[in-house]
Design a protein around this ligand. Structure first.
Ligand SMILES: C[S@@+](CC[C@H](N)C(=O)[O-])C[C@H]1O[C@@H](n2cnc3c(N)ncnc32)[C@H](O)[C@@H]1O
Length: 506
């Protein structure tokens, strides 16, 4: 089972292969040469032969001998088929394949979808070799440092090895991989002239809940363009939207982005991510039956000075003036890197608690905890303790911003799935929340974010909002309207401020 996963050994169902091949060879388009880089049992090769005209040579590569044997059984009178047992990370495509002609080449198939960290868990080693890996310059940067999809590595290797050729690369992959590949070719200004992404129903075909599609990229076939036409279905005639880049920033919908591009800029305020501790069961507590319990169900009794009300993404989504935070988070430091040993004397109950769960806290995997003081947390600083915040969840679109103040005289903290601006003055939070909920900002955010991303709203996305430009766009009447329908509730100045039972939401 784990070998199957490591090799991404999920053969593409023939009906899907038929649709892919129909799409590629639509309107009489054809290629004399076809390369299937991870051909498995040869479904793409078989369908290319059955369903198309004009293909003269096909080379198939595959790492598993059993599939190599199966693919070798495919026969054609008119097409020369060569199948080799080959690890694609061990071959230089530019020099090692021997073709009869140099006519246009189609590379088609479905490389493994697994990520390198999933592989790590399965002790798999299906990765680019070190030497190759270094040649794949920028892969780390491109793929979010240490974690990347094996399919990304396959894409980049193919693009780099074939960068001088007249070639079309068409591979089934996750939509997130397609976006990273598009960013990669843009960053290196490679001679790409067309990119298209045709969505497929991965749940139906592969029984996996991911967004995926056929990503088609053409090299050296005309004027350079880094726009990606996105189709909702493989056989759709017209794209539903085009994503691409504007000033090197990725944009999900270029048409709607153009209408709000003036809001692109640099944030005048510093966006922060909420508190990170990687030990929710120990550090996050919930009131149940009147007592605080941790994620193990244990009753927790610690010094209240180290407890703060906590809200998470699911709270921000539906926050209202009657919301009462039920969660608390234990805060061991006032700023990142602060020593924690003094807690032994200042907060003996907390110290005992942390030591009781030390095995959980000491075994947190992320490298950030390695040389940090014991029981450290991150995303903590003066900004965490400012009383007024504008918060947003990283998970949900459309983005909804909420202004919050403290609860029971304590500043409310968010977890690391949320982002926030923080203030000492109440009016600033009012103003910023209203600006951020303005329809122009919603449109801007919708145009630059991808709804199928795991976390569409990030610090990087929020930092692109030029709030000064939003402010300038709004005349005072619009501003009033926006306040009225932006989920912002103003604090009633006559309201009793000692009413601790209510979250002060404004
Ligand atoms: C998702 S399957 C697709 C197979 C075939 N392309 C199809 O669409 O039916 C991925 C294939 O890649 C092969 N594979 C995985 N890693 C490989 C590598 N490093 N080199 C060559 N083939 C590999 C697997 O054995 C598997 O057959």
């Amino acid at each position: 089972m784990s070998r199957k996963k490591v090799l991404g050994d999920y053969q593409t169902p023939v009906p899907l292969v038929r649709n892919v091949v129909s799409r590629l060879f639509a309107d009489g388009r054809t290629w004399e040469r076809v390369l299937e880089p991870t051909c498995g049992q040869g479904n793409f090769i078989r369908v290319c032969i059955e369903q198309t005209m004009g293909v003269r040579e096909i080379i198939g590569l595959e790492i598993q001998q059993g599939y190599v044997e199966k693919s070798k059984r495919i026969y054609s009178e008119t097409t020369k088929i060569s199948i080799f047992k080959q690890d694609i990370f061990d071959i230089d495509f530019a020099t090692s394949l021997h073709w009869n002609s140099l006519s246009p080449l189609l590379i088609v198939g479905n490389p493994p979808w697994i990520t390198n960290s999933e592989q790590g868990r399965l002790s798999g080693k299906n990765l680019p070799r070190k030497s190759n890996f270094q040649r794949l310059s920028g892969l780390g940067a491109m793929t979010g440092k240490s974690n990347f999809d094996i399919a990304e590595a396959v894409w980049i290797k193919l693009i780099q090895d074939f960068v001088r050729d007249h070639v079309t690369i068409a591979l089934l992959c996750k939509t997130s991989v397609a976006r990273k590949v598009a960013q990669f070719v843009l960053d290196r200004e490679l001679p790409v002239n067309s990119m298209s992404l045709y969505r497929i129903d991965a749940q139906r075909w592969f029984n996996v809940a991911v967004d995926a599609g056929l990503f088609v990229l053409e090299l050296n076939q005309g004027e350079v363009s880094y726009d990606v036409d996105e189709y909702d279905n493989l056989l759709d005639a017209r794209p539903t939207r085009t994503f691409g880049f504007y000033d090197r920033h990725i944009v999900a919908d270029l048409d709607s982005y153009r209408q709000v591009a003036h809001l692109e800029g640099t944030s005048q305020f510093t966006w922060r991510q909420g508190v990170k501790h990687d030990a929710a069961k120990v550090m996050e507590l919930t009131y149940r039956d009147g007592v605080l319990r941790n994620g193990y169900g244990d009753h927790v009794d610690i010094e209240s000075d180290y407890l703060y009300p906590l809200i998470k993404s699911s709270d921000v989504k539906s926050i209202s003036s009657s919301f009462v935070p039920r969660r608390r988070v234990i805060v061991t430091q006032k700023k990142v890197g602060q020593q924690t040993a003094h807690l032994r004397d200042y907060a003996p109950k907390l110290w005992r608690y942390l030591n009781f769960y030390a095995d959980k806290l000491d075994s947190r995997k992320s490298s950030i905890y390695k040389n940090a003081p014991r029981f450290s947390m991150f995303g903590i600083g003066n900004y965490s303790f400012q009383p007024y915040k504008v918060v947003v969840s990283g998970f949900y679109l459309p983005a909804r911003f909420a202004a919050i103040s403290g609860y029971q005289s304590r500043p409310i903290l968010t977890d690391d799935t949320c982002y926030f601006l923080s203030f000492d003055e109440e009016w600033k939070a009012h103003l910023l929340c209203a600006l951020l909920n303005h329809p122009a900002v919603s449109k801007f955010l919708a145009s630059i974010t991808f709804s199928d991303s795991k976390r569409p709203i990030t610090k990087g996305v929020l930092e692109r909002i030029n709030l000064q430009a939003v402010f300038e766009q709004i005349n005072i009447d619009q501003f009033r309207n926006c306040t009225a329908d932006s989920h912002v509730e103003l604090i009633d100045p006559n309201r009793q401020q000692d009413d601790d039972s209510q979250l002060l939401l404004f």
